[in-house]
Design a protein around this ligand. Structure first.
Ligand SMILES: NC(=O)c1ccc[n+]([C@@H]2O[C@H](COP(=O)([O-])OP(=O)(O)OC[C@H]3O[C@@H](n4cnc5c(N)ncnc54)[C@H](OP(=O)(O)O)[C@@H]3O)[C@@H](O)[C@H]2O)c1
Length: 252
């Protein structure tokens, strides 16, 4: 398909075969762009709930309703046809939408908002681990990284507020930790981590950007590049943990 065998590509460049879930988002689409720039022979699958406009690259775009597991499995089977996967990146997530406002106090908690936040921030990555985790190669380096957030750290929570977002990211961190143990039994070289991208210019951060200190707002391209550099430096000893854009570990 790309002139060279997939196995040869994987030996030459990492990742030779990658999946980005949430490719319609600011950081997700920047991941797709950066991966293609770093390796022009990469086999790259991009998954989003909306149609992503066709582009001039050879990335394969899949539209998937994340509530439809049969569809997710069908997408996973199409990706598996390209051989074992080196890297899965999850860039889906929600902080606010038409029904969700980050809570300032206990009185703001709503079951509906909590459900939406848990679905986007915890359940989608968990389903991605279920359906795409088994595609990761069984030998050698294999990375599964999901965008979490520093505010999901229980140890780092000094400000309070944002109950649903914090709790859904803390739950994501537990899913990551638990899956890292299972996937290490399958492949001791695997690395399963959460990543904090910094404060990034996107739909998600827009209402909160006024509070960001000058120079503290990253472009999505910058954040994606920094996170791919962080991933490059991770080893199997780092699996199950959460890391920020500067490579520093975030406490659980
Ligand atoms: N931006 C920041 O400052 C910041 C800071 C810390 C952590 N993060 C994390 O980084 C990740 C990416 O954020 P971003 O800034 O790139 O935000 P974004 O541009 O709003 O992208 C969010 C992505 O998640 C998808 N998504 C949201 N809810 C979904 C649902 N229910 N079902 C399926 N897909 C859903 C969106 O799909 P649609 O395009 O279809 O809406 C989009 O692809 C998130 O996990 C976020 O928590 C961001």
């Amino acid at each position: 398909m790309f002139g060279r065998s997939k196995e040869l590509c994987a030996l030459e460049e990492f990742p030779g075969h990658a999946v980005v879930i949430g490719s319609s988002g600011a950081i997700g689409s920047a991941f797709v762009k950066a991966l293609l720039e770093r390796n022009d022979t990469i086999s790259l699958h991009a998954v989003a709930r909306t149609d992503v406009a066709a582009d001039a690259t050879h990335a394969v775009h899949h539209k998937a309703d994340f509530r439809d597991e049969a569809l997710l499995q069908a997408v996973a089977e199409q990706i598996a046809a390209d051989g074992p996967v080196d890297m899965v990146l999850i860039a889906t997530g929600l902080l606010h939408d038409e029904l969700v406002r980050p809570e300032k106090a206990l009185r703001d908690i709503s079951a509906e908002a909590l459900e939406r936040l848990y679905f986007a921030n915890t359940i989608i990555p968990a389903l991605a681990l279920k359906h795409f985790g088994p595609l990761l190669r069984r030998e050698g380096r294999a990375v599964f990284a999901a965008l979490s957030a520093r505010v999901g750290s229980i140890g780092d929570n000094r400000l309070g507020g944002w109950y649903g977002y914090r709790a859904s990211k803390a739950a994501l961190n537990m899913i990551i930790r638990t899956a890292s143990i299972e996937l290490a039994r399958r492949n001791p070289q695997s690395v399963v981590v959460g990543l904090h991208p910094g404060t990034v210019d996107s739909k998600l951060s827009k209402p909160f950007q006024a509070a960001v200190k000058p120079g503290g707002l990253f472009s999505a391209d910058h954040a994606a590049g920094r996170l791919l550099d962080v991933i490059e430096g991770l080893t199997p000893e780092d699996t199950g943990r959460c890391f920020a854009w500067d490579g520093r570990r975030i406490p659980a």
